[in-house]
Design a protein around this ligand. Sequence first.
Ligand code: VGL
Ligand code: ZN
Length: 204
Amino acid sequence: MKALLLVDIQNDFLPGGALAVAEGDKVVPVANRLMEQYDLVVATQDWHPVDHLSFASQHDGHNIGDVIPLNGLDQILWPDHCVEGSQGAEFAAGLNMNGVSHVVRKGTDRHIDSYSGFFDNARRRATGLEAWLREHGVNEVHVMGLATDYCVKFTALDAVELGFKSVLLTEGIRGVELHPGDCAAAINEMSKAGVEVERERSMK
Ligand code: VGL
Ligand code: ZN
């Protein structure tokens, strides 16, 4: 059984959003078109408390983009984004939620970030995504969404490590690109880890 994983297609990652990804809105029609080809579609939703410690606003003297140690992990500091219950945390208005079978929220613990849809960044806690996929007989996941160099990357890397056949749908991803080359490096890393990189989407 194949599932489509839609990673963080939320207002704050679209142009005009708090953590805007260039052309992030372009993935919405791709998601809407592709979801019809899957029995199961899961959407992840970045969902932070208002005082989440990945927010630069929580650290006096630090700026967005700084990297600080946080509970033993390097944490990039982000603008406030995807605050639970906010408009920015909502799924993109154009995303066809009727085609989405299940939603997984992540990043809900103030003390740790969660780029992957499967685990927090220290892998201390699972989000329930793996269990849900297994309960539904899924052995193959196709991953797309935002952002290529963070949540898409870590979701796909975990998927392949957990033993799911994993495919990256490149027409449906866009990245933050904090440093030039980050997205290309992320795709490379996913490919090396065993994620099948689908450059051109054909009907399947
Ligand atoms: C993301 C940074 C912080 C993402 C989420 O969805 O890629 N990036 N939170
Ligand atoms: Zn976040």
